[in-house]
Design a protein around this ligand. Structure first.
Ligand code: PBG
Ligand code: ZN
Length: 319
């Protein structure tokens, strides 16, 4: 006897009972950009609704986010100090380190995830040490480990390396363990594609590469097989969770990792994905609330346990 599937769609009540995927506050991490100074709030033109904050205003903004139910965030330092050694990435003067300390003090239960990468601290904007116009994998590793350690010492809960150097998870894990930070987690940006969707972020974090592109370290969008290799290796090296980034054009990868791995999978709904929706919504071309909730739900349905999204704060108002 053929079934009538419309029975289970007939009323809001039955639809709510049979719904498979639910978004909650514990699914969402909001990204925050931190700058130095006082009383500073800078708009990012390509990301309407997102700002760079000095630490004092960051805390105010976070208070509003927490009041809406926000439970965690990913923190990015935006640095004025840049050189070719990456030393500002672990300097105690770094705005993100001041932010971590202040957040731990004011909001001790808030989950602090910090992005670990050198591009915002490099005059050339690349994610590693440059030698003869090439990005040196192995010379970059100790700097990343120092940066991770500085974040852990300041009070970060989870370190999230986003540089795509090989063996950086092992280098960070070893350094953290040696310095008695064995309880600090690592969320690896294990599967990070060389994507045009990062455009607005590079405006936000002032980290566009000054020459060339990131294709010698970030993955080719045409490839899926190496996603599993990258993720498995990072788990072997000590990653507690792995990320797929960007997420919307890569939901097939999220789904594969979900089936193959037994650790939490994180999807990063990146800046360009956010800005596309914002631009269409501002033009009145799409219904922002509906499209944001549909989009975030699709990431969870594909298999992500956690979603990093610039829409997180708005989504909390709506769910
Ligand atoms: C830095 C970094 C980038 C993003 C997160 N960390 C940019 C890049 O790799 O060029 C992108 C995030 C976004 O677009 O929202 N390595
Ligand atoms: Zn980088």
């Amino acid at each position: 006897m053929p079934h009538r599937y419309r029975r289970l769609r007939a009323t809001p009540a039955i639809r709510n009972f049979v719904r498979e995927t639910h978004l909650t506050a514990h699914d969402l991490l909001q990204p925050f950009f931190v700058i130095d100074g006082k009383n500073k709030k800078e708009a990012i033109p390509s990301m309407p609704g997102i700002f760079r904050f000095s630490v004092d205003l960051l805390l105010k903004n976070m208070e509003a986010y927490i009041r809406l139910g926000g439970r965690g965030g990913v923190f990015f330092g935006v640095s004025r100090d840049k050189d070719t050694t990456g030393k500002y990435a672990y300097a105690s003067s770094s705005p993100v380190i001041a932010a971590i300390k202040a957040i731990k003090k004011h909001f001790p239960d808030f989950l602090i995830v910090t992005d670990v990468c050198l591009c915002a601290y490099m005059s050339h904007g690349h994610c590693g040490i440059v030698e003869n116009k090439k990005i040196s994998n192995d010379k970059t590793l100790p700097i990343l480990a120092k940066m991770a350690l500085a974040h852990a010492q300041a009070g970060a809960d989870i370190i999230a390396p986003s540089d795509m150097m090989d063996f950086r998870v092992a280098a960070i894990r070893q350094t953290l363990n040696k310095e008695h930070f064995q309880d600090i987690g690592i969320l690896s940006y294990a599967v990070k594609y060389a994507s045009a969707y990062y455009g607005p972020f590079r405006d936000a974090a002032h980290c566009a590469p000054g020459f060339g592109d990131r294709k010698t370290y970030q993955m080719d969008p045409a490839n899926s097989r190496e996603a599993l290799k990258e993720a498995r290796r990072d788990v072997e090296e000590g990653a507690d969770m792995v990320m797929v980034k960007p997420v919307l054009a890569y939901l097939d990868i999220v789904s594969t990792l979900r089936q193959e791995l037994n650790i939490p999978i994180v999807g990063y709904n990146v800046s360009g994905e956010y800005s596309c929706i914002k631009a269409a919504a501002q033009n009145g071309w799409v219904d922002e609330k509906a499209i944001v909730l549909e989009t975030l739900t699709s990431i969870k349905r594909a298999g992500a346990d956690i979603i990093i999204s610039y829409h997180a704060k708005d989504a909390l108002k709506w769910i």
